[in-house]
Design a protein around this ligand. Structure first.
Ligand SMILES: [Zn+2]
Length: 65
């Protein structure tokens, strides 16, 4: 019998505010509220509870990196 292991990546996103259905996050460096698009995702490499990696949003916005 063959067993197939299903792994699923988890995404953890921190959002400070939602305006017009757009999630915003406050950058801790420039202290500006920016849409989540300005923060990329990073792969944390931690094994989540479904066996996949955990993806989290970057803490600093694009212009601060
Ligand atoms: Zn910033």
């Amino acid at each position: 019998m063959k067993t197939t292991k299903i792994t699923r990546d988890e995404v953890r996103i921190q959002v400070d505010e939602v305006r017009d259905q757009v999630p915003y996050r406050k950058c801790p460096r420039c202290l500006k509220m920016k849409p989540l698009d300005e923060f990329g995702l990073r792969r944390m490499g931690t094994v989540g509870k479904h066996g996949g990696d955990i993806l989290a949003n970057q803490s600093h916005c694009r212009s601060c990196r």
